[in-house]
Each structure stands twice: as C-alpha cells, then as structure tokens.
Design a protein around this ligand. Sequence first.
Ligand code: GLP
Length: 212
Amino acid sequence: MRVVVESKKEAIKRTALILQKFLKKKPNAVLGLATGKTMIPLYKELASLGRKGKIDFSKAETFNLDEYANKKTFHNYMNSNFFNKINVSREKIHFPSANGKNYEHEIKKSGGIDLCFLGIGTNGHIAFNEPGSSFASITRKVITSDKKSAYTMGIKTIMNSKKIMLLAFGKEKADAVAKAVKGKISEEIPASILRKHRDATFILDKSAAGKL
Ligand code: GLP
C-alpha cells in the first residue's frame, strides 16, 4: 500500500488525472464510486474535465459502494454531484440493493472493478462496512453506526478491485488513517485490510496524515 501526502487541491488534481489516463487506456473501465463530502471536489474536477472534453465516461461502467435501504440518498448525491454533469451512460450505472448476490454477479459480469475510489469513516469504516465487518463480507444489508439500514459492497468485494484509491482530508480523519496505516490489521478497523491489497493508495492531506 502506498501513502501520498499533499495539499487537498493537488490530491484532487492528481486523482482526477489518474482516472483521466486510466479511461484513455481503458474507455470501458469499471469504476467503484464512493459518496461523502470527501469525494465532492473530485467529482467537481472530473465534471470540469468532462466539460472541456478531456475525459470520456461514455463507455465506463460504475458501481456505487453503498446506499441507504429504501432511500435514494446516494442516488441523489451521485446525480447532482456527478452523473448529471458527465457523459456517463445511464444503463451503466449500478447501486447495491436488497439482492446483494445479484450485485456481486453484476460486478463479475462487467469484468470486475478496475478502479475503486474510497473514503474512510472516522471509525475506520469503508463504504458501510462498520468496525466488526468480516474481511470476507460481500454485498449485503447492514445497520450503520448511526442505526440506519443500508446496502453496501463487502470488504471482499472492495478488495477484489484491481486498483484502490482512498482519499482522506482533514484532521478528523487522522486517527482512523493512522490506525489503518500503522495499527494492527483488524476487522475493528475495516480500512486496515487495504494494506494487504497489491495496488492500494491512500491519498491524504497533511491534516489527515497528521498522526502517521
Ligand atoms: C459515509 C459513506 C462512505 C464514506 C464515508 C466518509 O458514511 N458510507 O462511503 O466514504 O462515510 O464520508 P465523508 O467523506 O463525508 O467523510
């Protein structure tokens, strides 16, 4: 696992550039997409590249990491922050739902996730895999730490991605980042498993890296 520390602005630019190059090489790439406030500037930068004709999502396939059960919270977030602003093809957008096995099947059918973007929760969660989630978990229904039911890709699903980029900014993420990067690899800190991935990068600003 690699750790990159730079300003948030640089981090966003670098990440967007990586995806731009990635899609040039493989226009039909399969992307794992996160929500949360961390991702908003990245989606903004990607949408801006799109407007300038510098990035093409028309053949890409997307799989969101998670969604609240019986709600469209993350659908709405993705539409307003990203999908409505790029040339993604609607039938290539996927969200997890009650049938977790079906989501796994759809991911497999697409050829597997090439590049997965992640955020991290202050308790070390990735997607809605809260502390205590099995490293062998797949897409399923869960109860989040704030007691809401949701669907999430499992940790195994995420680990099966060929490339992973986790973004974390701000001092409120410093503890979780430190535990994930140098603590014990444990189901109590879901993001710690990323150290076992062969192509995972943590992209951090100075504050998020403050306890490393
Ligand atoms: C949320 C989402 C995660 C996200 C994380 C961090 O609960 N389920 O996918 O990565 O928490 O969110 P934020 O970027 O707003 O800090």
